[in-house]
Design a protein around this ligand. Structure first.
Ligand code: NAP
Length: 785
């Protein structure tokens, strides 16, 4: 029969026996021997078998409680300030952990300081983890646990694995983790007397021994400052009275903000590493039991099969994030695209002059920043190259099913799975469907009377026909949006004449473009902070623009002045200037960025026609005033079918209802991502997530991060997630209320449906969206377990 000793008594024993050992005055060899002895006095659970072995050349002790057969395993990195601790001091805890987790526990006897300072311990932990993998343990069946310094080691191991692109363990337990070697948290001083176990002076000495000659800013020595996004579930335990509780608090806050699933047991009145007294202390038993159950749950998780439709920025970003979360088998992740290559709109839009009108340091993934952009506003081939490279380097090649159009998706409530039908007759099953179809992928060509009579070539800017030689030709351009303002100046020199049919004038501002030279690249490479500053600076610039479109419309005034100045500078003819001056508020349609377009329109061989088009004839375009404008080629720059989102793919929910039916009055989705009655369906760049000023890639990353959390939930016992109708409708009402005060109500645009509802745009700043999507709130969802 086991005996439990009341907390105050154990606390006093710890103060009297253990704390004096962990003193700078006791030589390290004596500390090690005494802690071994102390550890052996803590009762292990009955029947635990202990064997010794090596893992990756590192000695380990393997503890297996009766019946703890796995199939998962625990790699345990013991504490002891990197200088002490061993299978002796931590053996009892390993035994209790084995029983609680139902798995063998490998207690690693890694090299310790001062004989073996940083990075020896991390090298050993990595070698052991890899050896477990090599021995056939899949990462999703491995848990890593560390207490105290072992907690810091566990976190550093995760960062190293992530940096190496290796699969992370399924679950991580951190008991009183020591994450800040500099001991800067206020709790260190505040709890110095209350903590029964630890003396901060001893910690400081241990930190010196472990760090040795390594620079203070070595990332693995300050894992608390690392980007924590994409880490597996963390289960953190700390005592409220311990000197390191500030480390645990900070970690929990940062991890949650980064979207990492976290549980936190912050035990009142407990001291540092109290779970080490499991078997003696009821509070420790409870903490270890809870930790073991969490590890067991995470390692038993099933990995939902995810199908992503679309291989543009959204699909690629989602795929890479899912791979980082362990979806590495082809069956776990499939990315389908009807095109025969990745890149989405950046693959489709090859028109002359195609380029991004957001600077590429912002219009790129934050996790793949090192691309050598040829210009500040990268041209389309450069962006396509980037996407291809990122996709391949992110390991997506084996997950892509290109040239495969998904025509229909049906949710089967019985199996809680989506059945996807493809145009070539295949059927594919997935537990989660992510649509990454974008908002601007289906070209819109107006049904102009007589179009089929036209004798010459006709094409849309997003399907540019490069076989048509425009040299010397009379070209009719219909449309004056973001695409036309790029290709009109790019073809003007080559063609014989251009007639631009303008239904609405556009506001433009000059493009502060520049070529990046070798020294720019060297600077961005060597000083990543400079590159980051460019990203942050541009984001701030666009956020001010977004304010001007939504709540503080006076913020848009400088753009209006810039337009007037550009117009006066580039268009000497007053009558033409008049034609080119919009009659709606600035920003209502997308503000365009070009230093070339207005100048091109002022050319003698370029004509701007504002009379509405009546029909297309065999030889040109006739306007309603009866004038026929001769043309050899017609190019549509008429934009895209933007309001239908997933169309033409048909999506059916469990009751057979089609998504487009639900969206008859305009598309809407909770956070732009989830739709009531459509379980396990997630939209990227969905309704109300386009930014009038900003980077869609930034918005996509917010969505990807959110979806990743949902997918994680679906891997831990939840069969389906369906957004609650009340959450979705409250969000939608909020969107429409806020949008009704935006500048976008002042004209027609691709942001609005025929009835005037704004279905594409987000009414706030990118940072608000990031914040609201940073945490997946299960309470917003109906959960089927
Ligand atoms: P758009 O902005 O929707 O412009 C379409 C143009 O065609 C408008 O001028 C529109 O006139 C005109 N139009 C449409 N139907 C017409 C008809 N029946 N008769 C006459 N004119 C007609 O399309 P877009 O230029 O392809 O740009 C779409 C979006 O793609 C942009 O807003 C932007 O988000 C994105 N884009 C981005 C870049 C980039 O640099 N990143 C480049 C290109 C496109 P009204 O204004 O009167 O409707």
């Amino acid at each position: 029969m086991s005996i439990r000793v009341p907390r105050p008594v154990v606390g006093r024993i710890v103060r009297a026996v253990v704390a004096p050992i962990l003193s700078p005055r006791v030589p390290v060899p004596a500390q090690r021997r005494l802690l071994d002895l102390a550890g052996r006095t803590v009762p292990a659970p009955p029947g635990v078998r202990r064997t010794t072995a090596t893992l990756g050349g590192v000695p380990t002790a393997r503890f297996v409680a009766p019946g703890a057969a796995g199939p998962h395993v625990v790699l345990f990195l013991h504490g002891g300030g990197y200088v002490t601790g061993s299978p002796g001091s931590h053996g009892a805890l390993a035994g209790h952990l084995s029983r609680a987790a139902g798995a063998p526990v490998h207690l690693l006897h890694y090299r310790r300081a001062p004989e073996h300072p940083y990075p020896a311990a991390i090298d050993d932990a990595l070698a052991a983890y890899r050896a477990l993998r090599a021995a056939g343990h899949p990462a999703q069946r491995i848990a890593v646990v560390g207490d105290s310094a072992g907690g810091g080691l566990a976190l550093a191991l995760l960062l190293r694995l992530r940096a190496a692109g290796e699969e992370l363990p399924a679950s991580v337990g951190l008991v009183s983790p020591w994450l800040d070697l500099d001991l800067t948290a206020p709790a260190v001083a505040a709890n110095a007397r209350r903590d029964a176990m630890l003396d901060p002076r001893w910690l400081a000495g241990s930190a010196r021994a472990y760090r040795a000659d390594a620079p203070a800013d070595t990332p693995e020595l300050i894992p608390l400052r690392a980007d924590l996004a994409g880490l597996p579930p963390l289960h953190v335990i700390a005592g409220a009275h311990e000197v390191l509780v500030g480390d645990a608090d900070a970690l929990v806050d940062r991890a949650r903000a980064a979207g990492v699933p976290v549980t936190y047991r912050r035990a009142p009145r407990m001291w540092h590493d109290y779970p080490i007294f499991a078997g003696l202390l009821a509070e420790a038993d409870a903490a270890v039991a809870e930790l073991g159950a969490a590890l067991r749950r995470d390692c038993a998780a099933r990995r939902p099969r995810v199908a992503v439709v679309g291989a543009g920025f959204g699909g690629i970003g989602m795929g890479i994030a899912l791979r980082g979360a362990g979806h590495r088998d082809a069956a776990d992740l499939t990315i389908l695209d009807r095109a025969d290559g990745v890149g989405g709109v950046w693959r489709d839009n090859t028109y002359p002059g195609a380029a991004c009108d957001v600077p590429s340091h912002l219009y790129s993934f934050s996790f793949a920043p090192g691309h050598e952009w040829s210009r500040r506003f990268a041209p389309q081939p450069d962006i396509l190259r980037y996407l291809r490279r990122v996709s391949t380097e992110g390991g997506l090649d084996g997950h892509l099913r290109l040239g495969t159009e998904v025509t229909e998706a049906r949710y089967d409530a019985g199996t809680a799975a989506w059945q996807l039908s493809t145009a070539d007759g295949d059927v594919l099953e997935a537990d989660v469907l992510v649509s990454a179809c974008g908002q601007l992928s289906r070209p819109a060509v107006p049904a102009l009377p007589g179009l089929d009579r036209f004798a010459g070539p006709v094409f849309h800017s997003a399907r540019w026909d490069h076989d048509v030689d425009l040299t010397g030709k009379r070209v009719a351009v219909i449309g004056t949006g973001a695409s036309a303002v790029q290709f009109v100046p790019a073809i003007a020199d080559r063609v014989g004449a251009v007639t631009v049919f303008q239904r609405s004038a556009a506001y433009l501002i000059p493009k502060p473009d520049r070529r990046y030279r070798a020294w720019h690249h060297a600077l961005f490479r060597r000083v990543p902070a400079w590159r980051n500053a460019a990203r942050v600076g541009w984001a701030a610039f666009f956020e001010v623009g977004a304010l001007g479109l939504t709540t503080v419309q006076t913020a848009a005034a400088p753009f209006r002045y810039a337009f007037e100045a550009l117009l006066r500078r580039q268009v000497p003819d007053a009558a033409l200037r008049e034609k080119l001056r919009p009659d709606y508020p600035i920003g209502c349609k997308r503000l365009l960025i070009s230093s070339e377009y207005l100048r091109a329109l002022a050319r003698p061989d370029v004509d701007v026609v504002t009379d509405p088009i009546a029909e297309v004839t065999a030889n040109g375009v006739r306007t309603q005033d009866g004038v026929e404008h001769p043309a050899d080629v017609i190019i549509f720059g008429t934009g895209f079918a933007t309001n239908d989102f997933l169309a033409p793919m048909k999506v059916f929910g469990p009751d057979g209802k089609e998504l487009s039916e639900r969206w008859r009055d305009g598309a809407r989705a909770y956070l732009g991502i989830t739709v009531p009655e459509f379980p396990n369906l997630f939209l990227l760049y969905g309704p109300n997530t386009n930014v009038g000023s900003g980077s869609v890639v930034h918005m996509l990353e917010s969505q990807i991060h959110y979806v990743l959390q949902a997918v994680h939930r679906l891997s831990t016992g939840t069969r389906s997630l369906t957004v609650r109708p009340e959450a979705a409708s409250a969000f939608d009402s909020e969107m429409q209320r806020r949008l009704s005060g935006s500048v976008w109500t002042g004209c027609t645009s691709w942001y609005r449906t025929a009835s005037g509802r704004i279905v594409n745009n987000w009414p706030g700043l990118m940072r608000e969206y990031r914040k609201r999507t940073s945490r997946f709130e299960p309470g917003d969802y109906l959960e089927e377990r």
